[in-house]
Design a binder for this molecule. Structure first.
Ligand code: F6P
Length: 472
C-alpha cells in the first residue's frame, strides 16, 4: 500500500502576508477542521490552494518549501482562476445548486471553462507525485471533474471522492447545463461518499436519469466499471474539544468572558458568512423572542460570530450588509443601559476563544437552511464535558440525522425557533444532562478517526469487488 494523497480546493492552512513575510493560519470550514487533525500520518500528502494569489516564482518556491515541511503541496491559482473557477463556478453555480438556491446560480460558460482548466491543474499536480499503489482521496464540489481526469491517465488507480455539501434532488441538479460532463467525471472515482443517505440517494437518481448506467442498489456500473455510492457521516476530533476547556489559555478566556457576561444567559451562534446558514432567520427568531416575551430582555444575549467567507461574491456581500442592518435594528430597539441583545462579531475566532464560548453558552443555535453535515453542532456537544447545555439544530443539517437528542427545528419556521430557544433556556438540568449524555456518546463514537477508517476500509473493499468482477 502506498501513500494517501488528499486533494481539496483549499489546504487546511492558508498563507497570508504580514509585514512583508508569508505566514500560515488555519483555514475555515468543516473540511479543514475535520481532516486537518489526521492527514499528517506516514508520508501522506495534501494538495490544494493556499488561499491567496501569489505572483512571483520566488514567492511560490518559498511557500512550497514551507508547506512541504508539513506534508502540503500548493496548487497556485491566478486571479482569473479565483474569479471564474472558485468564486464563479464553485460558488455561483455548484454551491447554490447544491443548497437548493437555483435562482442564485449564474450559468456563465466562462466559469465552466475555468472550472475545467483548474480541475486539470489539480490533475497535473497529482500526476507529479502519484505512484501506482497510492490512494487518491478527492474532496468536495470544487473538484468534481478530477476523478475522471485522473482515471483517464491511471485506469487502475484507487480513487475515493467525498462531497461535503448536500447533493440536490435530480430536478435541481439537471438545471446545470454541464450536468452530464460533471456526473461522468465523478464516476471516475471508485467510491463516492456523502454525509447522508438522502444525498447519496439524490446522486444515484441523477446518475440513473441522466447517464446510460446500469445500477443495482448503490452500485453503479458505467463503462464496465462498478462504482459504489454510500453515506459516511463525518465526525470531529472529539478528544481535542473535550480536553480544551481544561487548558489554562481557555480557562483565561472563559474568565474574561464571565466578566462581561456574568448574570446573562448566552445563546451561541457561529457560522461562515453564507446564505445557506439561516443567519437572518435566526435573528428574526431572536427578534420575536424579545417582542413576544419581554421577560428575556436584559436576561438573554445572542453571541453571534460570522466568519468572513467568499465576501467578493455578490450574494455574500449583500448578506453581510443585511446582517449588519438587522443586528443594528434589533440592538437599537431592545438595548438597555447595561445590556445588548446581540453581540455580533464579523471575524475569525481563535481555537481558544471558540472552546471558551462552547463551554460558556447555555444554548447553541445551529439553524442552517441546508448543510451537508455541520460540525459546529458536534463541536459544541464534545465541549460540554459536564453534560449541561442545549443544542438547537436544524432538521436540514446532515448532523440532525445523528444528533436526534437535540431540539430539532425547521429553520424556516421562526416561531418554532423562538419556542425552541424558550424551551432550551428553561430546560431542567436533569433533562439537559439526559440529552447531552446521549449526544456526547454519538459524537465520541462516530468521531473523525472512525469516519476515515470506515471510508478507507470501504474503498479497499470496493477495489476487491472490482477485481473479482474483472476476473469473472
Ligand atoms: O465544507 C464545505 C466547504 O465548502 C469546503 O469545501 C470549504 O473548504 C469550506 O466549506 C470553506 O469554504 P471556502 O473554501 O470557500 O472558504
Amino acid at each position: 500500500m502506498g501513500k494517501t494523497i488528499i486533494i481539496s480546493n483549499r489546504l487546511p492552512v492558508k498563507i497570508y502576508k504580514n509585514n512583508g513575510e508569508f505566514e500560515l493560519k488555519q483555514s475555515e470550514g468543516g473540511l479543514a477542521t475535520g481532516l486537518g487533525a489526521i492527514y499528517r500520518q506516514a508520508d501522506n500528502i495534501w494538495i490544494g490552494w493556499p488561499g491567496m494569489e501569489v505572483h512571483t516564482n520566488e514567492s511560490k518556491e518559498e511557500i512550497a518549501k514551507r508547506l512541504a515541511e508539513i506534508n502540503l503541496r500548493p496548487v497556485f491559482l491566478t486571479q482569473e482562476d479565483i474569479n471564474c473557477y472558485y468564486e464563479g463556478f464553485s460558488n455561483e453555480v455548484m454551491w447554490p445548486i447544491c443548497h437548493y438556491h437555483p435562482t442564485y446560480a449564474k450559468f456563465d460558460p466562462a466559469y465552466w471553462q475555468s472550472y475545467q482548466e483548474v480541475n486539470a491543474k489539480f490533475r497535473d499536480a497529482v500526476l507529479q507525485i502519484v505512484e501506482p499503489d497510492d490512494i487518491i482521496w478527492i474532496h468536495d464540489y470544487q473538484l468534481l471533474l478530477l476523478p475522471g481526469l485522473i482515471r483517464a491517465v491511471h485506469p487502475d488507480i484507487t480513487i475515493g471522492f467525498f462531497q461535503h455539501i448536500p447533493f440536490p434532488s435530480s430536478e435541481i441538479f439537471r438545471l446545470i447545463p454541464w450536468r452530464i460532463e460533471i456526473l461522468e467525471n465523478m464516476l471516475g472515482a471508485d467510491l463516492i461518499g456523502f454525509h447522508t443517505f438522502d444525498d447519496a440517494r439524490h446522486f444515484i437518481s441523477s446518475i440513473t436519469r441522466l447517464l446510460p448506467v446500469h445500477s443495482v442498489s448503490n452500485v453503479i456500473t458505467y463503462n464496465d466499471r462498478p462504482v459504489v455510492v454510500e453515506s459516511f457521516p463525518m465526525g470531529i476530533d472529539d478528544k481535542k474539544f473535550e480536553s480544551m476547556p481544561g487548558e489554562q489559555s481557555v480557562v483565561d478566556q472563559i474568565n474574561e468572558l464571565k466578566q462581561s457576561f456574568d448574570g446573562f444567559k448566552m445563546v451561541l451562534s457561529i457560522d461562515r458568512l453564507d446564505y445557506s446558514k439561516g443567519i437572518l432567520q435566526r435573528l428574526e427568531a431572536f427578534d420575536l423572542l424579545f417582542q413576544q416575551h419581554p421577560e428575556y430582555i436584559g436576561e438573554t444575549i445572542l453571541y453571534m460570530i460570522v466568519v468572513p467567507s467568499r465576501d467578493t461574491v455578490p450574494r455574500y456581500k449583500e448578506l453581510r450588509d443585511e446582517i449588519d442592518k438587522v443586528v443594528g435594528n434589533i440592538n437599537s430597539r431592545y438595548r438597555t443601559l447595561n445590556w445588548s441583545p446581540v453581540h455580533y462579531y464579523y471575524r475569525s475566532v481563535t481555537p481558544d476563544l471558540l472552546s471558551a464560548l462552547y463551554s460558556m453558552a447555555e444554548v447553541c443555535l445551529v439553524t442552517p437552511m441546508r448543510d451537508g453535515m455541520n460540525l459546529v453542532s458536534k463541536e459544541y456537544v464534545a465541549s460540554r464535558t459536564n453534560n449541561t447545555g442545549v443544542l438547537i439544530l436544524s432538521e436540514m443539517a446532515g448532523a440532525a440525522k445523528e444528533l436526534i437528542d437535540a431540539i430539532i427545528v425547521n429553520p424556516n419556521n421562526t416561531h418554532e425557533i423562538c419556542q425552541a430557544i424558550i424551551q432550551a433556556l428553561n430546560m431542567s438540568r436533569e433533562e439537559q444532562q439526559q440529552r447531552m449524555k446521549k449526544l456526547r456518546s454519538v459524537v465520541s463514537k462516530f468521531n473523525i478517526r472512525h469516519w476515515v477508517k470506515i471510508y478507507m476500509d470501504r474503498l479497499n473493499e470496493v477495489k476487491h469487488l472490482q477485481e473479482s468482477m474483472k476476473a469473472k
